[in-house]
Write a protein that binds this ligand. Structure first.
Ligand SMILES: [Zn+2]
Ligand SMILES: [Zn+2]
Length: 318
């Protein structure tokens, strides 16, 4: 089968052996989405080598002990746990100490014709969700996952920094809590996607004037300047949610955190079930985030496009 691989510091599409079921399910991938994390892996993040990609929708080909899943369209949670520690026993492998992560840590990923995941990770996709929407389950779950880490009410004044695909999803997801959300970004044309959903948008230079106006700021720009801006926007005792994973160390003014008693919260993966529900109800616009689609064989070109200005989600068709 074909797979988009990062190995020996090189990205290329090549033939590899098709995974076999063993104790896990084999999924034939229909569509996979390129995430900034994929781009960061190629820059050295997580020290990963192998098939990259963790956002997908596919069809189950083989599933030992779960014959009912064979032939079903599925999405899959990306953390594969040990199945025996306290966390895994509670069906949440996201922080299992010995976990592998699809296309990120110790496990080949989704930019391939086939992938392998534990049966417990797979969720059937309701018929009303198209493949183009279902492929957003993972990033939408990650955006909605912020609500697991912080409590939002209609009184919580929220700013999301970053008008990339992650920021656009975070702003839409958090808006569903009833909290007033402002998206802060640089590109009018990208911010238009969420403005149509009743979310206020502001250019970075205007937002800077709203000194200490927000209770909660989500940093989703993945840029160091995003941290500095977040600290300007937060009121004393506000909460800073860090959402971007990127390669390299980040500098920030720690004294500000102390003096203003800012709480810092990290947020990574969310659960898929609520995300599928949001997609089913069309509560979020994900189609507008799709910039381009490429065949898997053009995976290297697609990854290049994903880093270019003005490009949002790039999909690979297997
Ligand atoms: Zn991702
Ligand atoms: Zn475990």
């Amino acid at each position: 089968m074909l797979a988009l691989r990062y190995e020996n510091k090189k990205l290329n599409v090549r033939e590899v052996e098709r995974p076999t079921a063993r104790e896990e399910a084999v999924v034939r991938v229909l569509l996979s989405g390129i995430c900034n994390t994929d781009v960061e892996i190629v820059r050295g993040y997580a020290g990963f080598e192998g098939t990259i990609g963790h956002e997908f929708v596919g069809v189950v080909e083989e599933a030992p002990d779960a014959a009912h899943l064979v032939g079903k369209r599925v999405v899959g949670e990306i953390n594969a746990g040990c199945a025996s520690c306290e966390l895994c026993m509670k069906n949440d492998s996201r922080h299992c100490a010995t976990r592998t992560v699809l296309g990120i840590m110790g496990r080949d990923g989704a930019h391939a014709e086939f992938l392998r995941l534990p049966v417990v990770n797979l969720l059937p996709v309701p018929d009303e969700i198209t493949n183009e929407r279902a492929v957003f389950t993972e990033p939408l779950a990650a955006a909605w996952g912020i609500t697991e880490r912080v409590t939002l009410t209609e009184e919580t004044c929220v700013a999301v920094i970053g008008d990339g695909k992650l920021g656009l999803l975070c702003a839409q997801a958090l808006c569903l809590t009833g909290a007033p959300v402002t998206l802060v970004g640089k590109h009018e044309e990208k911010m238009r996607v969420v403005r149509e959903r009743g979310i206020e948008t502001e250019k970075v230079e205007d937002a800077e004037k709203r000194f200490r106006a927000f209770d909660l700021v989500v940093e989703a720009s993945g840029a160091e300047s995003g941290f500095a801006l977040a600290l300007k926007l937060l009121r004393p005792r506000g909460t800073l949610v860090l959402k971007s994973t990127f390669h390299g160390a980040t500098r920030m003014d720690a004294a500000r955190l102390v003096v203003d008693e800012i709480s810092v919260v990290g947020s990574r993966c969310g659960r898929f079930a609520p995300a599928l529900e949001l997609l089913k109800n069309s509560s979020v616009d994900v189609e507008s985030l799709i910039s381009e689609q490429y065949p898997l064989s053009k995976g290297v070109r697609a990854m290049q496009r994903a880093t270019e200005r003005g490009v949002l989600k790039v999909l690979l068709r297997q």
